[in-house]
Design a protein around this ligand. Structure first.
Ligand code: PEP
Ligand code: MN
Length: 375
């Protein structure tokens, strides 16, 4: 059960004290407070765990400071979408809104290689009105002999260039808790010119200790990728680890599943699950066409497979696109064969806009028919 308290509740006030006193004496029930500072107001929610079946909704709603009560099912308590649950699905970070109702594009380098490539990428993004990007500094690689990313040494120039070109959020994978501290320190040292969305890669989806550490901080939002060889339920539970520790600024990323059934694509594209994740949870859903398709293969109609699956995901309501671009793919140190070129950026953006427009029209159409059926 979740108690949603009145916004900006006074934690020193007598009524709050009464509520806590009541909760403290409930038998076989533990509770956890969750505070979140929004743009307009401070929200407080109380998570009750244990023997809550006997607690009446109306009675709990009558308690001091309680505005609403949601009875949650066992699954995905914080991030799940429960019956009569009107908690928001959106959050804001560094001026960018993440929501199940909008779309953000994160085109950028799979791996940072040189300052020149970072600059050319960011300049192109700015020229096309983009304020988000992806920049890999810590790369988990299959072979220990492959390039592992420049790590913290590249962070200062990546952040400074982001500031120069108006980039507000950079998706950056981390594989160890020390990376969070390095990112925080580099942002601080460069005067916080940009923001970072921490990315949990598919190889770390069930690295529970990493999830707990990333979940305990609320400074950076998190993009968690679906595990490539586990069930959807297991991956959503992994996201719930982040939220249960306190960080609910979480985006869920689909990036294809590991199976030879998807051949000749690198992974079996799972973007049919965009609406499924939106139905089960309140997380915005990201699609990663690059790591799904893995090649620049092109159809007889002249459309890259990567762009086809982007359109499939966006037309189904995806909220974020994480996609590899590179100014000189042949020189990329990681995943060059799947990178799109800067010359292809305007085409890509126009194609995405078409798919998004179609999604919005489809949504309006569904609403129109639902209203018609109701009358
Ligand atoms: C990536 O986005 O750079 C990446 C390694 O993705 P994934 O974790 O999905 O393989
Ligand atoms: Mn990659």
């Amino acid at each position: 059960m979740i108690l949603i308290l009145t916004p900006d509740v006074d934690q020193q006030g007598a009524e709050y004290g009464q509520l806590i006193g009541f909760l403290d004496q409930l038998p076989n029930i533990q509770y956890r407070m969750h505070h979140e500072q929004g743009v307009q107001q401070r929200l407080t929610e109380v998570y009750l765990i244990g023997d809550t079946a006997a607690l009446g909704l109306d009675y709990m709603k009558s308690l001091p400071c309680v505005e609403r009560v949601v009875r949650v099912s066992e699954e995905y308590r914080v991030l799940g979408r429960h019956k009569d649950d009107t908690r928001p699905s959106d959050f804001e970070y560094n001026g960018v809104t993440f929501s199940q109702d909008n779309l953000n594009i994160f085109a950028g380098l799979c791996a940072v290689d040189t300052p020149e490539h970072v600059e050319r990428m960011m300049q192109a993004l700015q020229e096309h009105g983009q304020v988000c990007t992806r920049m890999g500094a810590y790369k988990p690689r299959t072979s220990p002999y492959s390039f592992q990313g420049h790590g913290k040494t590249c962070l200062p120039y990546v952040f400074e260039l982001a500031g120069k070109y108006g980039i507000k959020v950079i998706a950056m994978e981390i594989t160890h808790e020390s990376h969070v501290a390095e990112i925080r320190a580099a942002l601080h040292a460069t005067g916080n010119p940009t923001g970072v969305m921490l990315q949990i890669g598919t190889r770390n989806t069930q690295n529970f200790e990493l999830l707990k550490i990333v979940g305990r901080q609320q400074e950076f939002p998190v993009l968690i990728k679906r595990g490539f060889g586990i069930t959807l339920d297991e991956s959503i539970n992994a996201a719930e680890y982040l939220a249960s520790e306190g960080n609910r600024k979480v985006v869920f990323g689909l990036r294809g599943m590991k199976t030879n059934m998807g051949d000749p694509h690198r992974n079996f594209v799972d973007f049919a699950h965009v609406p499924v994740v939106k139905r089960l949870t309140r997380m915005p859903v990201c699609i990663d066409p690059s790591h799904s398709v893995g090649t620049r293969a092109v159809g007889p109609d002249g459309i890259l497979d990567i762009m086809q699956v982007v359109a499939q995901g966006v037309i189904a309501g995806a909220n974020m696109i994480l996609i590899d671009f590179h100014p000189a793919p042949a020189k990329a140190l990681v995943d060059g064969p799947q990178a799109m070129t800067l010359a292809e950026l305007p085409h890509f953006l126009e194609d995405v806009a078409l798919a998004r427009e179609t999604y919005l029209k489809r949504q309006a159409l569904a609403q129109r028919y639902a209203q018609g059926a109701a009358s």
